[in-house]
Design a protein around this ligand. Structure first.
Ligand SMILES: Cc1cc2nc3c(=O)[nH]c(=O)nc-3n(C[C@H](O)[C@H](O)[C@H](O)COP(=O)(O)O)c2cc1C
Length: 318
């Protein structure tokens, strides 16, 4: 088993006017990112959004914003809103629907340089992203996909195992997938691994197994900032893993997308009810910053309370 990237320590951390001279541990993720919390908020399609992505990144993890169609004007508005909310890096996730050349430029204009692709759009987009100095996160579910990603210069692999919520891209358990990927990356490419993770123990376990960061979607769907109806979040918070189904039917434009979601009486499935198998251990809806704080391994939390008090509200107009 490969060793995880080693966290490094910093002496001074500042956030606005607050500067602490306490020892803090930072987690490098590739050569262009350093996180205070080794967690990446997964792309949640229509359920993420600027408020969630910004709150996660401001709290020290890496937030994601999904680009899933819409006009150029709407996209620019979302990116400007996101930039107003945080100056920190945010991962911009491109879904299959993203086709327009203008989209990458709009992201760059607002200073976003980290992008997520997968096998469907990766071979084309990764070259464009590298040409403008961007970093490519490449979502993979199999060894073949990972090899293609590496051949195309992927900087970071994103590996959701078969317990993931929403679109399930891998036939392998998280541990199996991680081992397979480690055998071909030889520790040279960071891996963000997840699917079914719920809490700080899961984060610590996945790091101990060699991942550089934990990928978490459902945990952040059950945040105050996620763009889903509150009653859907509450239903999920009360749900158990036995309430979920893995629907093998490939839907919409997704090239490979059995989906895991909450079984409903009507049989309808929509993103606000997508959830991973960690759902039994996720029983509350919290502000994203508080979720990030709780996901930070305890020994690395020093100084957190001074920076992010519990239930710290994130203003939409920062
Ligand atoms: C509500 C929801 C929406 C999702 N939408 C997308 C999406 O649009 N694009 C995508 O690549 N993955 C999507 N996924 C999958 C996540 O990116 C990620 O693989 C998954 O959430 C990880 O598993 P977890 O939910 O158990 O943490 C979605 C997942 C959820 C829960």
């Amino acid at each position: 088993m490969m060793r995880a990237l080693q966290p490094r320590e910093s002496q001074t951390v500042s956030r606005g006017a607050v500067a602490l001279s306490t020892k803090r541990t930072l987690f490098p993720l590739g050569s262009t990112l350093t996180l205070r919390c080794p967690v990446v908020q997964a792309s949640l399609g229509s359920c993420d959004g600027p408020r969630l992505a910004a709150a996660v990144s401001r709290a020290g993890a890496l937030g994601s914003l999904t680009i899933n169609g819409g006009s150029d004007i709407r996209l620019k508005r979302r990116l400007i809103q996101l930039r107003r909310l945080t100056k920190r890096p945010v991962l911009i996730a491109f879904t299959p629907q993203w086709q327009r050349e203008t989209v990458l430029n709009a992201c760059l204009e607002q200073g976003f340089h980290h992008f997520q692709v997968f096998w469907w759009n990766g071979p084309r987009l990764s070259h464009e992203i590298h040409a403008v100095g961007g970093t490519v996160f490449w979502q993979v579910g199999t060894v073949e996909q990972a090899k293609e990603a590496l051949e195309n210069g992927a900087d970071i692999l994103v590996a959701p195992g078969t317990d993931a919520g929403g679109q399930v891209r891998s036939p392998y358990s998280l541990q199996e997938l991680l081992e397979k990927l480690q055998s071909i990356t030889a520790g040279q490419v960071p891996i963000v691994a997840g699917g079914g993770l719920a809490n700080v123990r899961d984060v610590a376990t996945i790091l101990s197994q060699g991942a550089s960061a934990a990928l978490m979607g459902t945990r952040f769907l059950l945040s105050e900032e996620a763009q889903a109806e509150r009653h859907c979040k509450i239903r999920l918070a009360r749900a158990d893993v036995s309430d979920l189904i893995l629907d093998p039917q490939v839907a919409g434009e997704w090239p490979c997308a059995p989906r895991r979601y909450l079984r409903t009486a009507s049989g309808a499935d929509f993103p606000a009810l997508f959830a991973g198998r960690g759902i039994s251990s996720i029983n509350d809806v919290r502000p994203a910053a508080e979720i990030v704080r709780r996901l930070t391994p305890a020994q690395h939390r020093k100084g957190w309370e001074a920076i992010l008090p519990l239930s710290h509200p994130i203003s939409a107009t920062v």
